[in-house]
Structure formats: structure tokens, C-alpha cells
Design a protein around this ligand. Structure first.
Ligand SMILES: NC(=O)CCC(=O)C(=O)O
Length: 266
């Protein structure tokens, strides 16, 4: 695909999570898929792809430290491909033993540049909301041509997080997810809403397949700062690659300066 100078090429890997596939095999498959995206600037994987976002009963066994096998494999893949890698999230076993839904962002040298602990845990009175410890801080990740705002799946339902990320300089939201097919309409609607109201790119990377009895929506999608759909996947395993124009964020915000009209919460 010809590249326009000054663009950011982003690849979203909508990987299939099949509980019959050993974690080590999926980890190797994910690393190979990342390496196949050499030439992109940014590669994204979904939420908890190593175990499955709804595989609550496997969270404890799948928990890893930030220098565990998944992080090491993703660091190597980022370095080998020469890409910024948002490696989705892992079940992090923190030093105090707590479990967190932690996103990992690696630089093209393989350095772990940012981590983000999901703030809004899904499940109400069960699952992740009970098993995981919540993050507390919004996190951005400055890349050479755009600043990423990090959010994870259920976070998508909380617009205040995205306002905080915009105020922290975010221009491109990256949202790894394990979003159920039965709520796909919300996934697409909310991702587009976050793009329009924050005049930012949205890279929403879903999961394919069915695990723990929950059919995943897939339908990874990229919206531009005006809410236009740049690319959308189907339900299966697929890689979306799109070229973002970082200058478009400033242009939209300048031509339609709604963000400057905010009164509450500033
Ligand atoms: N993994 C998740 O956070 C699921 C979120 C979800 O199903 C919803 O918001 O709907």
C-alpha cells in the first residue's frame, strides 16, 4: 500500500482467541502477526488476547509480571518489526500479588514505554470487577507523530476518561477490547462517539472467536477525528491497516473548535 509522507500507518490485529489453542501457541502466533506488520508505525492487539477477556476462571493461572513471557515475546516482536506496539493487555500479577488488566506499549527498540491499568473493570458484581484491581490514572503515550490516549474495552463507556486523555494531549485513542457480539452496536456507536466528541482518531481493536461461552464482536474499527469510518473488520481473525493523517486532528479542531467551548469539568 503506497504511503503518503507524514502519515502514521496503523495495523490492528483482530486475533482469534480459541480456548483450545495453548497460550504459548497463541503468543507465538501473535508475535508472528506483529512481525508481519513491519512497515507499519503502530501495531495494536486486543484486550487479554493471551487468555480471553471473559475467561475469568483462568485469570489467576494466566497472570504474569511485566517481564513475563508475553511481555518478553511482545518486546522482541516490536523490536524485530521496528514498530510501536500496543500489545493489548495482559493479566498482570503486580508486586503485591494483585491482578490488573494492564496494557503494554513497546517502542520500536522493544522498550516497555508505557503501561496502563484499566480503570473501569467490567462485570458489576463478578468477573473482572471482583478479580482485578482497578487502575487510577489516565495514560498517554507520545509517539513521534501523534500522542496516544490509552483506554481498554469497558472504559469506552466513560466519556470523562477520554476528556482527561484529550486534556493530557491525546490525539489518537487506542482501545483494545474483548467486546461481546451481542453488544456490537454499542461498540461501534461508542467508538465513533469518542472520535467525534474528542475530535480524535479512534483505533478500536476487537477480538475474534468465542471463548468462555461469549461470542466476540470482532469488528475492529478506525474512525477519524470527524467520525468518518476509515476501516472496519468483520467478525473473524483479520488485520486492519490504515494510514492516519496526524495533521487532520489539528485541522478538525481548528475548523470546528467545539473542544474550546467546554464549560463544565475544565
Ligand atoms: N471486556 C470488557 O470490558 C467488556 C465490556 C462490555 O462487554 C461492555 O461494555 O458492553
Amino acid at each position: 500500500m503506497l504511503r503518503v509522507v507524514g502519515t502514521v500507518r496503523a495495523s490492528l490485529i483482530q486475533i482469534n482467541v480459541d480456548p483450545q489453542e495453548p497460550v504459548a501457541e497463541r503468543r507465538a502466533r501473535a508475535a508472528a502477526l506483529v512481525q508481519e506488520q513491519a512497515g507499519s508505525d503502530l501495531v495494536v492487539l486486543p484486550e487479554l488476547w493471551h487468555v480471553g477477556a471473559f475467561a475469568f476462571e483462568s485469570f489467576a493461572a494466566a497472570a504474569e509480571p511485566l517481564d513475563g513471557p508475553t511481555a518478553r515475546a511482545m518486546s522482541d516482536a516490536a523490536r524485530d518489526a521496528g514498530v510501536w506496539l500496543h500489545a493489548g493487555s495482559i493479566v498482570e500479577k503486580a508486586l503485591d500479588g494483585a491482578l490488573c488488566n494492564t496494557s503494554l506499549v513497546f517502542s520500536p527498540s522493544g522498550e516497555l514505554a508505557r503501561t496502563y491499568r484499566k480503570i473501569h473493570r467490567f462485570g458489576f458484581d463478578k468477573g473482572e470487577a471482583v478479580l482485578m484491581t482497578a487502575g487510577t490514572e489516565p495514560v498517554t503515550a507520545p509517539l513521534p507523530d501523534t500522542t496516544l490516549g490509552l483506554a481498554t474495552c469497558y472504559d469506552l463507556r466513560f466519556p470523562e476518561l477520554f476528556r482527561a486523555l484529550v486534556d493530557a494531549g491525546a490525539q489518537t485513542f487506542v482501545i483494545p477490547a474483548g467486546w461481546p457480539a451481542k453488544r456490537r452496536a454499542h461498540w461501534t456507536l461508542l467508538a465513533r462517539a469518542r472520535a467525534v466528541e474528542n475530535q480524535s482518531y479512534v483505533l478500536a481493536c476487537g477480538t475474534a472467536g468465542t471463548h468462555a461461552g461469549v461470542e466476540q464482536a470482532g469488528h475492529s474499527v478506525v474512525f477519524d477525528p470527524w467520525g468518518e469510518t476509515l476501516a472496519e473488520a468483520g467478525p473473524g481473525e483479520e488485520v486492519l491497516t490504515v494510514d492516519l493523517d496526524p495533521a487532520r486532528v489539528a485541522k478538525v479542531r481548528e475548523e470546528f473548535p467545539a473542544l474550546k467551548d467546554r464549560v463544565l469539568g475544565r
